[in-house]
Write a protein that binds this ligand. Structure first.
Ligand code: ADE
Ligand code: ZN
Ligand code: ZN
Length: 258
């Protein structure tokens, strides 16, 4: 009986750990697929060699898959960055364990390095694809107090969950499009609009997500019953975040492999 209870505890614990899964698989995959549409010929070739022809969509979820492996524990804090709404990334004391910005910078440095091995580059390329997705999930530019909304309880179509999970997975799941459908049905952009999205750097893009995070907090209450009106309010915004993540991932990769 004791062993059985222990088994049940371990199984339910591992399910609850798995639940903390950024953007959800299809969100990350859509971002990877959209990036493929914007890669330069040179970047495409270099990436195909590193990934043995696997797609960016396929490798985009790797960053979450390794989370439960103790060998990769140090990468856990690299998926998000928290600082108070009335402060800035630059002003606020940095996490000693690193954060999303550090994770992205490390990955870029390894991919540009002349001494890193192929295995190291493959690893960091997969992480970079994942992290550019996380950078566009507004709750990943969050508040430490409620762990980026993980401790912000809400109801989603009647079921108990938290604000972070609504943004990671619930909205995308209920929208019920595959990642390729999400990638094929992005917003039509003029050349000017595309260029505006491609402008700036990782910190600019982070602050853009931060503004969205503030908007979400201003429009969501603890315990709130979220359903269709919330989808209606935010789904286009969410889809645009996936699109911008993909476009900007391609900007970063094109620059690395130029
Ligand atoms: N844990 C603590 N803060 C977090 C955040 N902003 N996103 C995801 N997980 C977190
Ligand atoms: Zn998340
Ligand atoms: Zn992540």
């Amino acid at each position: 009986m004791k062993n059985f209870l222990l088994f049940i505890t371990i199984v339910s614990l591992s399910f609850s750990l798995q639940a903390a899964e950024d953007w959800g698989r299809n969100g990350h995959r859509a971002t990877g697929e959209i990036a493929e549409q914007h890669l330069s010929r040179k970047a495409k070739k270099a990436i195909s060699e590193l990934l043995d022809g696997q797609s960016l969509a396929l490798v985009s979820t790797y960053g979450d898959e390794i989370k439960s492996d103790p060998e990769y524990r140090e990468y856990g804090p690299y998926h998000y960055v928290n600082f108070p709404f009335d402060s800035t990334y630059e002003e606020h004391p940095k996490s000693e364990e690193g954060d999303l910005i550090v994770g992205i910078r490390n990955a870029i440095a390894t991919l540009k390095s002349e001494t890193a091995t192929k295995d190291e580059k493959v690893f960091q390329l997969k992480m970079l694809v994942h992290f550019l997705g996380d950078l566009h999930q507004p709750l990943h530019i969050g508040l430490a107090d409620d762990k980026g909304g993980n401790d912000f309880q809400v109801r989603w179509f009647g079921d108990g969950t938290n604000l972070h999970t609504v943004w990671d997975t619930k909205m995308i799941e209920d929208y019920n499009m595959s990642y390729s459908e999400l990638a094929a049905n992005t917003k039509q952009l003029s050349e000017e609009e595309l260029q505006a999205i491609q402008q700036g750097d990782v910190l600019d893009w982070m602050y853009e997500s931060r503004e969205l995070c503030k908007d979400i907090y201003a429009n969501t209450e603890i315990g709130e019953k979220l359903w269709y009106p919330y989808m209606y309010r935010y789904m286009d915004t969410l889809r645009f975040q996936l699109q911008k993540g993909g476009i900007r991932l391609a900007v970063v990769l094109n620059e690395i492999f130029d």
